[in-house]
Write a new protein. Structure first.
Length: 97
């Protein structure tokens, strides 16, 4: 559980990278573009980073942080496609039991 609504941890192992859309095969679980479109934590948090990251257990404050990151990314890369939450067929019970 996280204090970020809808928060998901992703693991992107090197052996899963592939060209084109991911197929789900062991050697093709994700793809990416190069050079990457990225924002830095310094850009996001600004000069007073301790204030930005304060209240880590506050769901509403964290929602504002996520929105700030999305807004900054959109300003920096206005032509970039909006991302949606990827479909995931991970079965926790099957994996861990």
């Amino acid at each position: 559980e996280t204090h970020y609504d809808g928060g998901v941890w992703y693991s992107l192992p090197g052996e899963g990278a592939c060209d084109g859309p991911p197929t789900g095969a062991a050697d093709c679980t994700y793809s990416y573009s190069w050079p990457p479109e990225e924002i830095s934590l310094d850009e996001l948090a600004g000069a007073d980073s301790s204030a930005f990251w304060a209240r880590a257990d506050d769901d509403q404050a964290n929602a504002r942080k996520v929105q700030a990151a999305a807004d900054l990314f959109k300003r920096k890369y206005p032509e970039s496609a909006s991302l949606t939450e990827p479909w995931c067929n991970f079965d926790f019970q099957k994996f861990w039991h």
